[in-house]
Write a protein that binds this ligand. Structure first.
Ligand code: GDP
Ligand code: MG
Length: 764
């Protein structure tokens, strides 16, 4: 029903709208200049009005001809069932629309902690953001989270006070909350205009005009200058707010301050100059403009879009990092989505150069050249084919097989190398590094044990080879019947490309498929998508913490197999040992022994046998002796290998597995549990309770400091103690605390904790 609604809508739309204006080179007579592009996100606490506001923006820009409403379930951006049900946004769809000679590219950002990869990637490609507040609720828990994340990515922001039609909406309280909870300097640009206790429009505090939305769906509004004579007290209070605004601005902006001094009176200032000062303060993040409105009642959305264009940065004002590509293509893949008709679609944010239909591209992280297929721009949920997309824009390309969320893309390998060496020489001056740093790069740098070389630093800054976070939860997944097995496998493969933090593996013993992911909700949502989008009634096993095992001792064992299978004699003898080696890299897991005897024997090892031995080793390492969890920090050595003619590779591999099982059993193992690093920000008044609770959760405090009126607590805690932590923290802090959590390391457990974990998993 909904898809019919949308499709018919868009068919009409495509015929009637002059959307051809941008992106496509051949067709556009009036090309949108990069300075007129705004790449923005809308961030908010649940239910503040993100979806409603977006829908209005699309409507007033002419991109859709009728507005959907959230409660009718027909809005364009809420196309995922779960978002409506859970009230969170899960996919980062991008939508482009024209606004008064500019083009706004709206990138949808998921707000939940479990979707770290997606949140990071979509924040990383924003140039600016609108933070929507419910004016009757003010700054809410998730407002704080998104605010801090956006600040981490140095994204300039506007605030939009929505729901001002409600009787309990309170602009003054919101402005205070912005100051006190977000510790941000507010620039109030609007005041609500009420008539008979009903919101009818806004007062523009820059121009001192009243803006009244006349009727219907809010397309029309009038502006009228307030006058002392006609408007009396309304004029007075507005002038007072205007002066306060100019005062505040000139205290932060020297240029405006100078102009004010020259003109001798605050009232002689031109709106143009005030606007320019607001823009400068917004870009430097020294202040944050506050706009007002009621999206539902169609008031204030056009003025909000004007503010986006006037105050938020152009693509040229951000991302100096990508300057090293000069005129070559540089683009970041921030979303991979599966489309029924077009196959896999990759959303790219272009920073420099341009991309053409059917061109070859080079993926820097995966060191791979790929052929792109069609090229589109995303308009609401319609994709419009184009020939070229230029820097600053969002492109959607089909046919990429290797590109994953987060990958950096350029035109050719040599373009990539040129950019890397340019950046390397730039960062030789380490004082330049901070300005180019994204939070994910910061984390990787902090994790390094030694000072990186210029080249390594350049790669980290560009986010090349970004490691996907370690999954911390696992559960089994089963199709409803064997007939659905291959459909389920296809579904999981597709979901995995969209979301690299989902891992899928097959248990070699039971043949069962196992999902590993970032959180409870993460896996839950994957399951719902499989049921809803792929129509497979998959069954998830109970959620378990992803423990690892590592050896305590070392051991050496041999095994001989001599069997007849189907008439052919299968003979193999192996001698292997294993020990614990901290941080052993993937390619060094299997070593060949160097003693003279072994070396002589292994000199005859056929590459094909070596492949089989490696396969067996990998498979054996999937299951530790204690609880069957994957082994880490384990190095295996092959000492002796004999194989009879005609022996199959799988017999060799399974002999290796058997041998290593015995070795692991004898060397004995311990369980390692995932330990998370937490940062909790909470008001000082509640910090004692939060700290006491952390102590009960086996947390190691690292750092507690005071930032503004908040305690910032950094600690490490085992994941097993953090199940449901967000709701506990909410109740401990009356909803005022926020926290971020990420995987830190796997750590050995105390014996009685280990026993408890084993009891939990095995049931005895
Ligand atoms: P989201 O969760 O941020 O996407 O918020 P929605 O756009 O889904 O809005 C949540 C609820 O608030 C819906 O029932 C909307 O109809 C309602 N809503 C949105 N904007 C307004 C507004 O300006 N005034 C009032 N009174 N309700 C609004
Ligand atoms: Mg929504």
């Amino acid at each position: 029903m909904k898809s019919f609604y949308l499709t018919s809508n868009y068919r009409k739309l495509l015929k009637t709208l002059s959307l051809r204006r941008y992106c496509s080179k051949n067709e556009d007579k009036k090309k949108i200049h990069i300075e007129n592009i705004r790449n923005i996100g809308i961030l908010a606490h649940i239910d503040a009005g993100k979806t409603t506001t977006t829908e209005r923006m699309l409507f007033y820009s002419g991109t859709i001809r009728s507005m959907g409403e959230v409660h009718h379930g027909n809005t364009v951006t809420d196309y995922m069932e779960q978002e409506r049900q859970r009230g969170i946004t899960i996919t980062s769809a991008a939508v482009s629309f024209p606004w008064r000679g500019s083009q706004i590219n709206l990138i949808d950002t998921p707000g939940h902690i479990d979707f770290t990869m997606e949140v990071e990637q979509s924040l990383a490609v924003l140039d600016g953001a609108v933070v929507v507040l419910d004016a009757s609720a003010g700054v809410e828990a998730q407002t704080l989270t998104v605010w801090r994340q956006a600040a981490g990515y140095k994204v300039p922001r506007l605030l939009y006070l929505n729901k001002l039609d409600r009787a309990d909406a309170d602009v003054g309280a919101c402005v205070r909350a912005v100051r006190e909870k977000l510790h941000a300097a507010p620039l109030l640009l609007h005041a609500p205009l009420r008539y008979d206790n009903r919101l009818i429009g806004l007062i523009d505090l820059i121009t001192l005009e009243e803006i009244v939305w006349t009727q219907g769906r809010g397309q029309n509004f009038t502006r009228r200058k307030l006058t002392e004579k006609e408007d009396g007290s309304k004029w007075e209070t507005s002038v007072a707010s205007h002066r306060e605004l100019v005062d505040c601005l000139s205290s932060m902006d020297d240029r405006l301050a100078e102009t004010v001094i020259m003109q001798e009176s605050l009232d002689d200032l031109e709106s143009k100059e005030i606007d320019a000062a607001i823009r400068r303060c917004t870009l430097s993040m020294s202040a944050f403009p506050i706009l007002c409105g009621s999206s539902y009642k169609n008031i204030g959305v056009q003025t909000l879009m004007d503010a986006v264009v006037s105050y938020l940065p152009t693509p040229l004002q951000c991302n100096r990092l990508y300057n090293c590509f000069e005129k070559d293509l540089s683009a970041r893949a921030f979303k991979v989505q599966h489309d029924d008709q077009r196959g896999v679609l990759t959303f790219l944010r272009l920073y420099s150069g341009e991309i053409n239909r059917n061109q070859k591209i080079y993926n820097l992280g995966r060191e791979k050249t790929e052929q792109t297929g069609s090229l589109y721009v995303a308009l609401a949920d319609e994709y419009k084919p184009v020939e070229t997309v230029t820097a600053g824009n969002i492109a959607v390309v089909s046919s990429l097989k290797a590109a994953m969320t987060g990958d950096l893309i350029t035109s050719t390998q040599s373009a990539g190398n040129r950019a890397k060496s340019k950046l390397s020489s730039m960062v030789a001056d380490r004082s330049k590094v901070d300005a180019l740093m994204l939070p994910s790069a910061k984390q990787r740098l902090q994790a390094l044990e030694s000072e990186p070389t210029d080249e390594e630093l350049a790669e980290i800054l560009l986010g090349i080879g970004t490691t996907v976070p370690e999954p911390v939860f696992v559960c089994s997944i089963e199709p409803p019947s064997a007939a659905f097995q291959s459909a389920l496998e296809t579904a999981l493969t597709e979901l995995q490309r969209e979301d690299p933090s989902l891992r899928v593996s097959v248990d070699t013993d039971s043949g069962q498929m196992v999902l590993a992911g970032m959180g409870e909700l993460h896996l839950e949502i994957i399951k719902e998508r499989i049921i809803r989008e792929y129509k497979i009634d998959a069954e998830l096993g109970s959620l378990q913490i992803a423990y690892r095992e590592t050896l305590i001792g070392s051991a050496k064992r041999s095994i001989s197999v001599d069997r007849k299978i189907g008439g052919a004699r299968q003979v193999v003898k192996v001698v292997m040992s294993a020990k614990s080696v901290k941080g052993v890299s993937q390619d060094k897991v299997l070593k060949l022994a160097k003693t003279p005897d072994s070396a002589a024997n292994l000199a005859h090892l056929h590459p094909r046998s070596l492949t089989a031995v490696t396969r067996g080793t990998r498979s054996a390492l999937q299951h530790g002796p204690k609880l069957g969890c994957p082994m880490v920090d384990t190095q295996v050595t092959l000492h002796w290998f004999e194989v009879g003619r005609g022996t199959s590779d799988s017999v060799v591999a399974s002999a290796v597995v058997q041998c290593l099982r015995k070795v692991f059993q004898e060397a004995d193992s311990v369980l390692l549990e995932p330990v998370m690093s937490l940062e909790i920000v909470c008001p000082e008044s509640h910090s004692a309770r939060v700290l006491a609770d952390l102590a009960r959760r086996r947390a190691d405090l690292h750092h507690v400091q005071l930032r503004n009126q908040n305690k910032v607590i950094e600690c490490l805690a085992p994941l097993s103690e953090l199940l449901g932590y967000s709701s506990t923290l909410r109740s401990l802090s009356s909803g005022l605390a926020t926290f971020t959590m990420e995987f830190h390391s796997n750590r050995q457990m105390a014996p009685h904790d280990e026993e408890k974990a084993i009891r939990n998993v095995t049931g005895f």
